[in-house]
Every structure is written in structure tokens, then in C-alpha cells.
Design a protein around this ligand. Structure first.
Ligand code: PLP
Length: 361
């Protein structure tokens, strides 16, 4: 299949802006007159240091990260942060966790190894189809931090509010970072694996309030210490150079599209096109409650697993790629990240209607 014939709805790794991929292609053998590919150069070289510093500066500008916070480019994915957060911030005490899906559940389990996890909220009672309201948060007064996942990639739910907690907020923003402005000053730590909405897999962005560093458990591996990584400017060891470079290219594209405000302006519109089809359909049922719907990952099902499978197969044959839902939820999932075009969204909506006409009796 030709790229022009496809729209990619993958939940991650996911579609990237074509402009960024094209530029990477042009520069792949010879970056900026260096005679080398970015993949081939020392991370200590002036060429790479410039890429690194500029990418960091672009990200700081894109998210208006205040001076109180450092930006780190780490490895191990968002999953490594499930351990790094408690190792560095729990101090053997208690931390509050909101469990609203698969990843926040894993994060809470991982933290249990290092202290006491208090489940401050959970939506497990209804298969993670909703986000608990502020009034339902059961906060422990001694919590070292409050951890939540802003957008639940698998279930297709998103927090529509920033929780108010006495403890610092720690947030997994993997599947929604750069899709809207964020008041970073409200957060102790924001982390995100890049492969959903930022760059290829391999770099994890961590934005951390510097005053929280230096509290790590004595047995914390050096590579898992925020303090080490802040002091070494993410270069305690070799950073994921290529992914950082790609992130820089994606941030250039983002800027040309009006930045995070530009993304926020269209993300709701894009999601509404698909939710509209679902809400006006006798075949498709949404997986998430209306007040908790995600704009990034739209989840739905027909109720018949065989028909769901046929949907994904037929869609793929038409170039609408990767619409099969996560194995733990089933059904379908359309991920509408920043690089997903309105044209792709409308093509999917038209296919959904056509599929319903053919298969709904
Ligand atoms: C994909 C995802 C993860 C896991 O990310 P890895 O980079 O694979 O470790 C964690 N949290 C959320 C919200 C995700 O979407």
C-alpha cells in the first residue's frame, strides 16, 4: 500500500507529521553539513549538543515550562517512570494513586514495592469507563504525591479537570501531551513516553519540579535517579539521540500549526466527528461515559466480537489502519493524535456509516 492511501489510527507508536519524516529523510545521511547522520555522531559532539539544547528549548516554549522545572530526556518508556517516581519521591512513605485504567494500575502496583500505596480513586467498578470527580477523591493527608494518568489510552477516557490535592501532582501524560496547553506549575512531575504524540519510541520526556529531586531511596540505581539526570542534563549515559532529534522536528511542525493551542482547537472537533457517528448509530456503542470521553483515543464496539474483527479488517483493506481495540477491552479504537488529519477522521467516519449500512440488520 502507498502511504498516500492510508490513514494510521495506531495508539502507539503512532502517526508522525509527514513534514518531520520528510526532513529526517533529507538529513538522514548528512546532518547539516556534518558529513554524518544524527544516528552516527557522538552525543558529546557540538552538532548533537545543539540539537539537544534546541529540542529542549522548543519543548520548554511549546508547553511554557517555568524555570522551576527541568526537562529530562530519559529511556525506558513511561513504564520506567512507574518505578522511577516512587523510588525518587515516596521516601518509604505513602502515595495516593488514582486507578483509572491499565497503566495507572500498573503504576500503583509498581509503587507498592517502595512504600504504601493508597488508592485515592478507582473506576474499576465500571470497567474503567469513567473518571472519578474531584469530590470522589479520597486523599491521604500524609501522601508524598498524587499520581494519575491524564488520558487512558486503552479505555478512551480523559480527566477533564486537574485534581486539587495538597500533595504534589505526578501525571502520566503519555497519550495527550502537546495536545493542549498545560499549567506545568501545578505539577511536581509530568512524564510521557514519546511514541504516542511526540516522536518515535525510545525517549521519555520528564518535566520535574527541581525542588523534588534528591529524595531518592538509597538503593535507587543511578540511572533511575532524577537528581543524577538533572545534574548530568540527561547525559549521565548516552541519551536516545535520534528520538530527541525527531522530537525537535515534530516540535517545529507543531509550532507551524499554532502550537498546543492550535492542537487544542482542532482535537475536540476531530473527536466529535467520530463520537457523532457513534451517538447517532444503532450499531456502535461507546466504551467510555460521555463526561469522561477522550479526544485522543475514541473507543467503541458493536457488541459482536466477530463483527468488530470484520470492521478492523475491512477498514485496513481501505487503508484505515490499526483500528482494532486493545486486547483487554476489545472492540475498536481510533487514536486521533496531533498528526492525524481531519481528512483521515472524516474518511473513517464515512467508512463507519457505510459499514453500519451494510452490516446492521
Ligand atoms: C503507552 C502508555 C504507557 C506505556 O508506555 P511505554 O513507553 O511503552 O512504557 C504508559 N502510560 C500511558 C498513558 C500510555 O499510553
Amino acid at each position: 500500500m502507498k502511504r498516500e492511501e492510508t490513514f494510521n489510527f495506531s495508539a502507539g507508536p503512532s502517526v508522525l507529521p509527514e513534514e518531520a519524516l520528510e526532513r529526517a529523510g533529507k538529513e538522514i545521511l548528512n546532518y547539516n553539513g556534518s558529513g554524518m547522520s544524527v544516528m552516527e555522531m557522538s552525543h558529546r559532539s557540538a552538532f548533537f549538543q545543539e540539537i539537544f539544547d534546541e529540542t529542549k528549548a522548543k519543548l520548554r516554549a511549546a508547553l511554557s515550562v517555568p524555570d522551576t522545572h527541568d526537562i529530562l530526556f530519559l529511556q525506558g518508556g513511561a513504564s520506567a517512570q512507574f518505578s522511577m517516581v516512587p523510588l525518587n519521591l515516596m521516601e518509604g512513605g505513602t502515595a495516593d494513586y488514582a486507578v483509572t485504567g491499565n497503566f495507572s494500575n500498573i503504576a500503583a502496583k509498581e509503587a507498592q514495592k517502595y512504600g504504601t500505596v493508597h488508592i485515592a480513586a478507582s473506576s474499576r467498578d465500571d470497567n474503567f469507563s469513567y473518571i472519578p470527580p474531584q469530590s470522589a477523591l479520597d486523599l491521604s493527608p500524609e501522601a508524598k504525591y498524587f499520581h494519575y494518568c491524564a488520558n487512558n489510552t486503552i479505555y478512551g477516557t480523559a480527566w477533564s479537570y486537574v485534581p486539587e490535592t495538597p500533595a504534589p501532582l505526578v501525571c502520566d501524560m503519555s497519550s495527550e501531551i502537546l495536545s493542549r496547553p498545560v499549567d506545568v506549575s501545578k505539577y511536581g512531575v509530568i512524564y510521557a513516553g514519546a511514541q504516542k504524540n511526540m516522536a518515535p519510541a525510545g525517549v521519555t520526556v520528564v518535566i520535574i519540579d527541581r525542588s523534588l529531586a534528591g529524595r531518592e531511596a538509597p538503593y535507587t540505581p543511578l540511572i533511575m535517579s532524577y537528581k543524577t539526570m538533572i545534574e548530568k542534563d540527561s547525559m549521565y549515559n548516552t541519551p536516545p539521540c535520534w528520538c530527541i532529534y525527531m522530537l525537535g522536528l515534530v516540535l517545529d511542525w507543531l509550532k507551524s500549526q499554532g502550537g498546543v493551542r492550535g492542537m487544542e482547537a482542532i482535537k475536540h472537533e476531530k473527536a466529535a466527528v467520530i463520537y457523532d457517528v457513534i451517538d447517532n448509530s444503532a450499531l456502535y456503542k461507546p466504551c467510555a461515559r460521555r463526561d469522561s470521553r477522550s479526544d485522543m483515543n475514541v473507543t467503541f464496539r458493536t457488541g459482536d466480537p466477530e463483527l468488530d474483527a470484520l470492521f478492523a479488517r475491512d477498514a485496513q483493506a481501505r487503508g484505515l489502519m490499526n483500528l482494532k481495540g486493545h486486547r483487554s477491552v476489545g472492540g475498536m479504537r481510533a487514536s486521533l493524535y496531533n498528526a492525524q488529519s481531519m481528512e483521515g477522521v472524516k474518511t473513517l467516519a464515512a467508512f463507519m456509516k457505510e459499514f453500519e449500512r451494510e452490516h446492521h440488520v
